[in-house]
Design a protein around this ligand. Structure first.
Ligand code: PEP
Length: 256
């Protein structure tokens, strides 16, 4: 059975294509004093490539982690415009978001590529957040579990059982991303428990340890109820993470 108490809550802000270098400095300056640092919640900032180095510099010593929003599966090669895991590690980046629905939709991100990216991230020393989630049409057609099963099984296919729990999974229903339509706490719990059970099909130990986050229109008002669900281990926050005060309140909600 999942043991929520053994899993450290995790809240990550996905800035998407926001934040220049100057804006990153100003943001982190405002954020750090507002965060409950050292209180048992893991905090991540998913910055665009150009802001990664300055984000790492600004959070130094705080325990806040910096993540990239994508990476290529190869360590190096003839892949114009791409960035590899070792390049991110060299900057001090701790993790990487993989398979975000915006990248699946707009950048031809495939489950096949993710099969290689997730283990490549682990190999490079990055903690991946693998995003999965159904469209509105799939939910209405009763296809949510089929879609989640497919994405979770594909994304984790080449990860050994021993390393499964090093992957964080973000359940992000596409219909809730950037729409203001947050999933109900019951919907989030049901889908996340299902994802945990899918990991359990591979390893019960990993299922107990793996963290599964909810993402989709989380804000300071709705975070508490969603984060109090037994299988919800934290949140991946898009729009609301752009305001340091609001993001800090969401992080605080993960502690209550
Ligand atoms: C996201 O982009 O991962 C996300 C959850 O966005 P939002 O919070 O804006 O819905």
């Amino acid at each position: 059975m999942p043991d929520a108490s053994a899993r450290t809550p995790y809240v990550a802000g996905n800035w998407k294509m926001h934040m220049t270098v100057a804006a990153t400095r100003a943001y982190v300056d405002k954020l750090l004093g507002r965060l409950p640092l050292g209180k048992g919640v893991e905090i991540g900032l998913c910055a665009p490539f150009t802001a990664l180095a300055v984000a790492v510099e600004c959070v130094d010593g705080s325990g806040v982690k910096v993540l990239a929003q994508n990476m290529h599966q190869a360590a190096e090669g003839a892949f114009t415009g791409e960035v590899s895991g070792p390049m991110l590690v060299e900057l001090g980046v701790a993790g990487v978001v993989l398979g975000h629905s915006e990248r699946r939709r707009d950048n031809c991100e495939t489950d096949r590529a993710l099969q290689e990216k997730v283990p490549a991230a682990l190999e490079a020393g990055l903690a991946p957040i693998l995003c999965v989630g159904e469209s509105e049409e799939e939910r209405e057609d009763g296809e949510t579990q089929r879609k989640l099963r497919h994405q979770v099984q594909e994304g984790l296919l080449s990860v050994s059982d021993e390393r499964l729990a090093e992957v964080t999974i973000a359940y992000e229903p596409i219909w809730a991303i950037g729409t203001g339509r947050v999933a109900t706490p019951d919907q989030a719990q049901e889908a996340i428990a299902f994802i945990r059970a899918l990991v359990g099909d591979r390893s019960q130990e990993a299922a107990r340890a793996v963290r599964v986050l909810y993402g989709g229109s989380v804000n300071a008002e709705n975070a508490g109820e969603i984060l109090s669900q037994p299988d919800v281990d934290g949140a991946l926050v898009g729009g609301a993470s752009l305001d340091p005060e609001e993001f800090a309140r969401i992080v605080g909600a993960a502690l209550t």
